[in-house]
Ligand binder design. Structure first.
Ligand code: 2GW
Ligand code: MN
Length: 297
């Protein structure tokens, strides 16, 4: 085995040296107590990372769900991803939908393809959101494992507005929720009923992670989605559903399976929160939606 390892050796590159005594960011936390990076603008050199990931020929799968009326979000999502998401790398868009005829035909750059996966739709919107875990799990073992190295799993009601590249990739990563990055534990909207599989006690928890942005290697995403789906099913047998659905189970998973990288709120922002000083780039932003028109249809 050792003789079959492929060497990933960089070429000569010119760039400013990292300064041990001048940290690029002093206004935000850039590393967790378990030594996982928290990715903020200024903390990484994308040229070095791109050189590494290009040598490895990395393939990235981007999963989105467009069930019922949420197909309206696909065009903007994919068009903006073509401009900003993993430009220059191999990308497969995986669009899970119950309405394949409503998925637009979009011209993609070389090395990128869009795969439509037909899946059932569920009546309750909470279930539409939660069942993503089961479907990502099942397609991970049946398909994604043969086609891509990493998965990035996000909400579809979003647009890219700045670069999102290989700096996000790691074995298993989560993203800070834009509504809670400054909050204390008591402010986190974890599931607080001890009977639920998603329960987190008031004196535990590191961050409040967003349900709409996680990823990692196929193996790690399989483990994560399998845990979340099984926990949901156990709760259902006990007539329970966690307060924030899939997001609550994801937060429980990350409490005891620490992410190896965390994306800052640059990677998941909502302009309803304004633009704080710490936010140097808004890379992926919520598309405002008319809740009544689009929901429960
Ligand atoms: C969702 C809510 C109400 C009515 C419909 C839907 C809906 C969601 C739908 O009809 N079709 C559909 O494909 N979805 C998918 O579920 C879609 O991919 C969408 O992005 C995702 C989550 O729903 P969304 O974006 O409307 O909910 P948010 O933005 O409040 O999401 C946060 O909270 C959710 C749990 O309540 C999830 O954890 C989500 O990941 C979070 O970002
Ligand atoms: Mn959303």
């Amino acid at each position: 085995r050792l003789d079959q390892l492929t060497e990933v050796k960089l070429e000569r590159m010119l760039y400013p040296k990292p300064e041990t005594l001048k940290p690029p960011r002093t206004d935000v936390l850039t590393i967790t107590p378990w030594l996982a990076p928290i990715v903020w603008n200024g903390t990484y050199n994308i040229d070095v990372l791109n050189a590494q990931f290009h040598k490895r020929g990395v393939r990235v799968g981007l999963t989105i769900f467009a069930i019922k009326k949420y197909t309206v979000f696909v065009q903007t999502f994919v068009e903006t991803a073509e401009k900003f998401f993993m430009v220059g790398h191999k990308v497969n868009y995986y669009v899970f939908t119950d309405r394949p005829n409503d998925i637009p035909n979009i011209t993609l750059a070389e090395g990128r393809q869009l795969v439509v996966l037909i899946v059932p739709s569920y009546q309750r919107w909470q279930e539409v959101s939660m069942r993503r875990m089961e479907m990502i799990r099942d397609f991970s073992s049946q398909r994604f494992i043969n086609e891509v190295d990493y998965l990035v799993c996000v909400d579809v009601d979003m647009r890219f507005s700045d670069e999102v590249g290989v700096e996000i990739l790691s074995d298993v990563f989560g993203t800070l929720h834009p509504g809670f990055y400054g909050a204390g534990r008591q402010g986190f909207t974890y599931e607080r009923r001890p009977e639920s599989q998603a329960f987190i006690p008031g004196d535990e928890g590191d961050f409040y992670y967003a349900g709409g942005y996680f990823g990692g290697t196929i193996e790690e995403v399989y483990k994560l989605t399998n845990f979340c789906h099984n926990a949901m099913m156990t709760d259902r047998e006990n007539k329970l559903e966690a307060v924030w659905h899939d997001e609550s189970y994801l937060n429980k998973y990350f409490l005891y399976h620490k992410p190896t990288k965390i994306l800052s709120v640059e990677y998941l922002w909502d302009n309803g929160f304004g633009v704080p000083d710490i936010l140097k780039r808004r890379r992926f932003v919520a598309v405002p939606k008319n809740h009544n028109a689009i929901r429960n249809k």
